[in-house]
Design a protein around this ligand. Structure first.
Ligand code: G3H
Ligand code: ZN
Length: 276
């Protein structure tokens, strides 16, 4: 069963638990993440970016995710990651996503607020929580490259959260998207933001951040951490290694099964380590 995002957030807050949010790209990865969380016996998010809606539509994603979670014993929410437009947000809520991010962080402060507020009004009507982002991460998320590195300004945080009504705040504190740039998380900045933010915080770009940093960030109201690249690497490298070894190896079924194992192990290890 897919659970509501608010229930997951309440669970995490009550148990001082760090929610992992694992990015899926296809059906196999969805199965693998569900399997990994189940093996670890720990709750979390399966999330899929707006960008991924080019490959599949929200109804199909919800249908397949429900199938993938059929035998799951842990609570899992289905989250729209980096929601690009109000239309994407609406389509995902209507299809049955239980948590939403609207990412208008590339806009100026006032326009960011406007976009987020619009999404919040819609989502809250259906009881779905909203994550918004203030500041901009450097790096590459799927095929979107961002050169700019604009850290979250603590002085804007309270106003932003109050005016938008968002439920989770994604911050830019030296964390980066992808594996090409080394993240340098500024924990004192995160602490400062946590003291000002009325809502829990989210760390994007989890891949490559030292586990001790994430463990310490738990004390600064960090509730959700996103992992994309680590899982995609586990998936793609399975095929890459086999192909490099033998160009005539095209046993997609065998390799997909192996990739599912590798991704589920990566997810299970990550969720366990960050909660130690
Ligand atoms: O929204 C997705 C994440 O921020 C993933 O970042 O690929 O660096 O783990 P990552
Ligand atoms: Zn992200």
């Amino acid at each position: 069963k897919i659970v509501n995002g608010f229930d997951l957030m309440n669970y995490a807050a009550a148990h001082h638990y760090m929610l992992p949010a694992f990015n899926t790209t296809n059906l196999e990865m969805t199965y693998a993440i569900a399997k990994g969380l189940n093996q670890a016996n720990l709750p979390g998010y399966i999330q899929i970016s707006s960008n991924n809606l080019r490959l599949s539509d929200p109804e199909t994603i919800v249908y397949l995710t429900k199938k993938a979670l059929k035998d799951s014993d842990v609570p899992i929410a289905l989250h729209l990651d980096h929601g690009k437009t109000y239309e994407d947000v609406k389509a995902c809520v209507n299809a049955g996503f239980t948590s939403i991010m609207i990412d208008a962080s590339h806009l100026d402060f006032e326009d960011n607020i406007k976009e987020v507020k619009k999404a919040v009004d819609y989502c809250h009507f259906y009881g779905v929580p909203v994550e918004a982002e203030l500041g901009c991460l450097q790096g590459k998320e799927e095929d979107i490259v961002n050169e700019a590195d604009a850290k979250t300004d603590p002085d804007m945080v309270q106003d932003f959260v109050k005016q938008t009504g968002c439920d989770l705040l994604a911050v830019a504190v030296g964390n980066v998207h992808g594996l090409d740039i080394e993240p340098k998380v500024d924990l004192p900045l995160l602490k400062k933001i946590s003291e000002l933010s009325p809502v829990p915080l989210v760390m994007h770009g989890g891949s490559g951040i030292p586990f001790e940093t994430i463990q310490e960030a738990r004390n600064y109201n960090l509730l959700k951490v996103n992992y994309g690249s680590d899982l995609r690497k586990a998936f793609v490298s399975t095929f890459g290694k086999a192909y490099e070894k033998n160009h005539n190896t095209c046993s997609v079924i065998e390799l997909s099964l192996e990739a599912v194992e590798n991704v589920s192990k990566t997810a299970a290890d990550l969720v366990t380590i960050i909660n130690q």
